[in-house]
Ligand binder design. Sequence first.
Ligand code: PEP
Length: 248
Amino acid sequence: MRQPMVAGNWKLNGSRKMVHELLGDLLSGLSDGHAAEVAICPPYVYLHEAMTRLEGSRVALGAQDVSAEDEGAYTGEVSAPMLSDVGCRYVIVGHSERRSLYHETDEIVAHKFQAVNRAGLCPILCVGESLEERNAGVTEAVVARQLDAVVELLGAETVSRAVIAYEPVWAIGTGLTASPEQAQAVHAYIRGRLAAAGAKPDQTRLLYGGSVKPDNAAELFAMPDIDGGLIGGASLQAEAFLAICNAA
Ligand code: PEP
């Protein structure tokens, strides 16, 4: 049995006020016996404050990115041991915005994954195709290339212990959502590819991300290989995020 998971990616949004108000609403809105694991990934500067707010709760803390290096002369970077030090359990690596806006290659993403793993944290590895790639019929090839880069560096067993988020680029922040069948097909492909590489991915949590909202979450999460969601825009509103958490 895989425990469902819902993770909120705040991206470049938030304030100290929002940390207190939104997390307060979240903590009072989630019941004790809540089935899904819930994580929030605020910007780096709010991690400590968020940790203080979440202490003693079942909501986990994650970061949105990380350096591939542990320490040294890398101005502006934040390392995985530092994220561990402030209480993170998860780190998103390879989000499509990092890949496209900051030119992160599959190799860089693989090394970031390695750094997170080395620090004893759990990577949330994002993979997904652009609209052009989907229309060209190469969705599986793109997802395979992104996955294989990490598998080649660390082995399929290690990758299968991470969380993997399938996020079609054309569905992120656009209001377009992959249909449950489209998402399920790629999730099943990812699980199959990890198995073919020698892992036992039955326990690997595969999240869907891309314009998940309260009104489409339940049908996506009902698919057999969709174990929850990585949520951008809707994670900034307590009511919407709680509704998505309750759907998982
Ligand atoms: C994301 O940024 O990971 C994401 C899925 O965003 P949104 O939910 O806004 O599409």
